[in-house]
Design a protein around this ligand. Structure first.
Ligand SMILES: NC(=O)c1ccc[n+]([C@@H]2O[C@H](COP(=O)([O-])OP(=O)(O)OC[C@H]3O[C@@H](n4cnc5c(N)ncnc54)[C@H](OP(=O)(O)O)[C@@H]3O)[C@@H](O)[C@H]2O)c1
Length: 278
């Protein structure tokens, strides 16, 4: 199988390139092909002639998207459309990375793939509109929604917590947003399996289990053997530019239909800490 990955220099992209061993993989950074550049995207895809295109590239600064609306839509929606158009032209398959932030967080039970999109942030809107456009352009594409990524290839929540905990006796962390932390190594392995199985349609992929950011931070500190006290606070006490869903747990049912099960986030966290320390 030949695979072209947009966003290969990102947190997930680096894990994908590392984990994807048995196939012929081309990994692209933004300077190789900016997804906003229609011609460049087309030339790059036509030159690499992949069976699968994995679109992990995105403008992922959720707060930054609020003040850079045009950038958010041009990269996350219009860039995705460029990649989908070029993918369709050569008859390849497309797997697009989307987000739990397409939901409003008002549910209290896990989100299923056919639950109504109702994004609350500009980032969520840009991903939601991309999903809808992609399904029009390439009805067989695979839209993979995931959440709360962590890994060693870039900025992520556990890394921030560990750096802060190293220099502070107390950390305040929000306890009123619940979701599913996801280790990019486990996500990358699931993506590889989904491509091998020829998956299409919407699929939710996260590590199993859910928690609040506070609960996640408390386990990160404990697992790392640190003594920093982690205190629960509300989102109101830590206001940020972009609203986040209070509850964005994604149901694993769609992934189970592909006979794939991910480990729990509690299983993934120590593996991440080992990788980070290595
Ligand atoms: N992080 C999360 O918690 C999370 C949660 C849910 C869904 N997702 C989605 O999962 C995917 C991977 O996220 P991530 O955390 O790995 O992202 P990331 O670390 O922020 O990496 C973003 C990647 O996108 C590339 N990129 C940015 N703008 C580009 C452009 N205009 N043209 C081409 N490439 C561009 C970057 O390339 P350069 O570095 O070379 O500029 C980088 O490789 C994204 O689609 C994201 O929306 C992430």
């Amino acid at each position: 199988m030949r695979v072209t990955i947009f966003g290969a220099s990102g947190l997930l992209g680096k894990a994908l390139v590392r984990e994807w061993r048995e196939d012929e993989v081309v990994g692209l950074r933004s300077r190789d092909a900016d997804v906003r550049d229609t011609d460049r995207v087309r030339e790059t895809i036509e030159a690499s002639r992949p069976d699968w295109v994995v679109l992990s590239a995105a403008y992922t600064d959720v707060d930054g998207c609020e003040s850079n609306r045009d950038l958010a839509f041009s990269v996350n929606r219009d860039g995705a459309v460029n990649v989908a158009d070029a993918t369709r032209r050569i008859g390849a398959k497309l797997l697009f990375l989307s987000s739990d932030y397409v939901f409003d967080g008002k549910k209290t039970t896990p989100y299923e793939i056919d639950d109504t999109r109702n994004p609350q942030s500009i980032y969520g809107h840009s991903k939601s509109e991309a999903e809808m456009r992609l399904l029009e352009i390439l009805s067989s594409c695979c839209i993979l929604r995931t959440s709360w990524l962590f890994g060693t290839g870039g900025k992520c929540f556990p890394d921030t917590i560990l750096k802060l905990a190293a220099g502070r006796p107390v950390l305040d962390v929000v306890n009123d947003q619940r979701g599913c932390p996801t280790y990019v190594v486990d996500l990358a392995r699931a993506i590889i399996q989904l491509c091998r199985k020829g998956a299409s349609g919407i699929v939710h992929v996260t590590n199993r289990g859910d928690c609040t950011w506070f609960e996640f931070a408390r386990d990160i500190v404990r697992c790392a053997g640190l003594t920093t006290e982690v205190r629960p606070v509300s989102s109101k006490q830590m206001e940020r530019p972009a609203p986040r869903p209070a509850y964005s747990v994604l149901s694993p049912a769609s992934l189970q239909q592909h006979d794939i099960t991910l480990p729990t986030w509690q299983d993934a966290l120590p593996r991440y800490l080992i990788e980070r320390g290595a």
